[in-house]
Ligand binder design. Sequence first.
Ligand SMILES: [Zn+2]
Length: 411
Amino acid sequence: MNNLQQKIFTRLSRYVAVDTTSDPNSTSVPTTDSQISFAHQLAAEMRKIGLVEVEVDEYGFVTGIIPANTDHPAPTIGFFAHMDTVSDYNGHGIRAVLHENYDGGTIVINQEKNMVLTPESAPSLKQCVGNNIVTSDGNTLLGADDKLGVSILMTLAEYISQHPEVKHGTLKFAFTIDEETGTGISYFDVNRFKADFAYTVDGATLGDVDCGNFNADSVTIRITGKSCHPGSAKGFMANPVRIAADIISAWPEDKLPETTDGEDGFILFKDITGGLEKAEVQGIVREHNLEKFEQFKKTLTALVEEKRKKYPAAKIEVEYKEQYRNMRDILREKPQAMQLLEGALKENNISYKLTQARGGTDGSQLSLRGLPTPNLFAGYENPHGPYEWCSLDWAEKAFEVLKSIAQNAVK
Ligand SMILES: [Zn+2]
């Protein structure tokens, strides 16, 4: 294993051993205290590496700067990775296990539990013959999402600090909280951070670049019924339970999460509560294309209107709330982030794929708040479970791409 991969692996092992599971049921910021202590650990390491103005803010965000080392003009570039790991699977006591020089066959994650990775169960492994692969010991997730991103960025910061011959503009590093709960990034102060554009290093497979995401609203349908004794309800009763079911089943079956993929959007009805007096349906609307997104909502609103006519005794209201918007348009308006990224991928001979994420990313929220931020692969697969694995060779490529970006941004 080369020196660079060794460094990334050593960091990854050290970072995943620290439990930073976030908690979707917590209302504190960050959702778990463990993220704060990890933040201080990273801050100490950043100072040691030579970053300046290193700080952990009141929410647990860690930021630090490598000042420009050239007089040539260059944009200020931000680099982001998130510190928390998902709560879907055990994240306590993670042990990073190295499988050196992968031979193309079966990787045993845990003999006792009969847990293995094969090219059949994990097709991307076919591209990884000869790579250094990392898994957990099968009792936990690995947490490469996104401790691998953190490891790549720390190793990049260290490399750049130690190599003054690498000319670059101002580079700003940020390690963030509660990405997995979707709640952290809204507390990040974009204006204070002051960068021209940025990258999150939180993608999956080699060559994956997320430069778009869903438009997203939540939807609530409130139904107030008319209740009476069922024995004398004829022509009088309006039953919210049945009306809710009627509305949900009237939504087109080909516009649901379980029937769509790629760039096609959906409405997910995810919760119904209520009884004979009133009922409430909760859902989410997701679609990449803004026009289609608006059309989705019009269709649902029209459907509700239809049911109002069908059940005149009931009161039915529908309300949409904005959650996030597709960053694709912002990245097009301010193209420098994508231009540098695509240039760096080509320079490093990486065949890449521009994808539209079927979800939101921290970068999509940062983009909407004025900091254009596409998402670059870190090099992990199967996140959020015990079969999570990563390739140190892919991580090294991500490192090279980011280093090229820093250098090529100097005019
Ligand atoms: Zn992640």
